[in-house]
Write a protein that binds this ligand. Sequence first.
Ligand code: G3H
Ligand code: 13P
Ligand code: ZN
Length: 342
Amino acid sequence: MPLVSMRQLLDEAAQGAYGVGAFNVNNMEQIQAIMEAARETKSPAIVQASRGARSYSQDRFLYHLMLAATELYPEIPMVLHLDHGNSVETCKSAIAMGFTSVMMDGSLMPDGKTPSTFEYNVQATREVVETAHSKGITVEGEIGCLGGIEDGHGAGLDALSHLTDPDQAVEFVRQTGVDALAIAIGTSHGAYKFAKKPTGETLKMDRLIEIHKRLPNTHLVMHGSSSVPKDLQDIINQYGGKLKPTWGVPIEEIQLGIKNGVRKINVDTDSRLAMTGAIRKVLWEKPEEFDPRSYLKPAREAMKKVVAQRMTQFGQAGHAGDYAPISLEEMAKRYREQHVAA
Ligand code: G3H
Ligand code: 13P
Ligand code: ZN
């Protein structure tokens, strides 16, 4: 099956009342981990690449690895999504490459750090929507800013300082016609999200529920949604790592989100932790090893395990065979004819 639009996956998820994990990749092993997890759990798959991933993989390597995935896993509907596009140009270059979905993160200026104005965000996102929809490509926008310390996205912002305003969210969707909306509810990227298990004071699920009530037909996206499990932290630290104690987003809060309009859940850090722990373990226990496959294979397996677990927890497991792919041409036609709400 060819790469499909994210809109189709999320519409199906809304109908089936489940969520779909969007997992970040930079290389072959990570793509393989996601595809194997998708096959094992019979899940549709959203594979996403950040600007950093595109540059690390020289873009085309990643794209052609995804084409290989469509050949090797024909039964899996899969999306190639641009994560945190920082400008109209970045989104357009992803579309030109063959991505089937893009995020225009206009909540920040193109430097990826400075919070933007509402007007800038609307104007940049609208421009991406016009280009993308004419080709049947999906667009995710963001209103409000995530926290972020170490990852270059919203660097330095406190997670509670730029929560999404529900009135602005409604106006943003109306003015841009985005397919999916990322909202800020107190999460941040990376491993250090919360100093203790989050409560309603630090993770604002009530805000999410309010936004869903106001925008019942918009697919909501939760960024910064790794759960940062203690067992994965422990493996890293047991084999020479130095992670400080930290908490992520509890699975039950994500599941509450899924009951309230969340259709896409972004996960990168959990995969990173799983792979790094597995690599550390091999190199610690067998310091004589120098064949990269000796640690990349367990790393791939560890990522597959956590991704499969998330696919099951988010409810997408078992849904890969529910539907036939809609071509991008047909999606473009639907946008033109407004069959898909713009
Ligand atoms: O949004 C953040 C993702 O974890 C991607 O991170 O920019 O380091 O590739 P990255
Ligand atoms: P985590 O750092 O929680 O995995 O979030 C990833 C993300 O939001 C990618 O856009
Ligand atoms: Zn993100």
